[in-house]
Design a protein around this ligand. Structure first.
Ligand code: SF4
Length: 287
């Protein structure tokens, strides 16, 4: 029975770019501090830590001086840039250009909404690094909506400009937008801000998930895009199993399997990790 890795899986361009930037610095022997995990994949973080990466929390930035700091693809709020200049830190900004563009669009919408008495609404996950960076652009004036149950946080009598965190599920965003529109007596502008790398990954994953059985989804426990893509994948093929590493593969998943067995990764899953999962599956199949 063959085991195949989805050819469209692996790092998105934003994560690839951030990790390449980081590794270029580490390979020069520099110590680099990154605020938060550069990618939501524990195994990849372990690999980069072994090369000299130092992961710190946002609050640790305040006490850091004369050091190299890298901002990851998720982006940062303006307060982090203020701290960098106040503390004389050397910044490598690896914020994904897609996220930077979204931050700009939210600031511009905030100026329009402030002038017209309206609201900027963001569909996202509270506490997620990208969302902290987005909400920080408008100094807490925006309204964060995490699910349909929270749409009443929005004033339905005032205009709305609606945005989504880049890694949200497109179908969930469409539903939130529809509910806000249906409840509102004022103008609602819906901005399409889900990253195309994510959206096209979700689309392309469909054929692969349908033509493989079982499907092993390799992702990070803390990764939003892993959760979104795994949910979509499980709806297409119920014989879909989530693992964070090769050690979590269970031989019973292969009992009675029709094959070929498929491996899919999130936009934060390194190819080397999917290859290890492939080797593990092949060793189970071949005894
Ligand atoms: S998912 Fe899209 S927005 Fe997020 S880092 Fe990757 S390319 Fe950038």
């Amino acid at each position: 029975m063959k085991v195949e890795i989805d050819p469209h899986s692996g790092f998105c361009f934003g994560v690839r770019r951030a990790i390449a930037t980081l590794e270029a610095r580490l390979d020069r022997g520099e110590d680099v501090y990154c605020v938060g995990d550069i990618v939501h994949n524990g195994r990849e973080i372990d690999r980069l830590r072994a090369k000299g990466l130092r992961v710190i929390e946002a609050k640790d930035l305040d006490s850091l001086h004369d050091a190299n700091v890298l901002f990851r693809a998720h982006g940062e709020p303006p307060s982090s840039y203020d701290t960098v200049s106040r503390n004389g830190l050397t910044l490598t900004d690896a914020t994904c250009p897609v996220v930077l563009r979204l931050q700009t669009r939210i600031r511009e919408a905030d100026a329009r909404m402030t002038a017209s008495g309206g609201q900027v609404v963001v569909f996202g996950k509270k506490g997620h690094a990208e969302v902290i960076g987005l909400m920080g652009q408008i100094k807490g004036r925006g309204i964060l909506v995490e699910n349909e149950g929270q749409v009443d946080l929005v004033d339905h009598t005032a205009p709305v400009e609606l945005f989504a965190q880049t890694t949200k599920n497109p179908a969930d965003y469409a539903r939130i937008a529809q509910v806000i529109r249906a409840s509102s007596s004022a103008e609602v502008t819906v901005h399409q801000t889900i990253c195309q790398q994510m959206a096209s990954r979700a689309e392309r994953m469909g054929d692969f998930a349908r033509s493989h059985s079982p499907v092993i989804f390799v992702g990070g426990a803390k990764s939003s895009n892993s959760k979104v893509l795994f949910d979509i994948c499980s709806q297409i093929n119920p014989k879909c199993h989530f693992v964070t590493s090769e050690e979590e593969v269970r031989p019973e998943w292969l009992v009675g399997a029709e094959g070929p067995v498929g491996i899919i990764g999130a936009t934060s899953t390194p190819l080397w990790l999917m290859e290890r999962v492939k080797e593990r599956l092949e060793s189970v199949i071949n005894g």
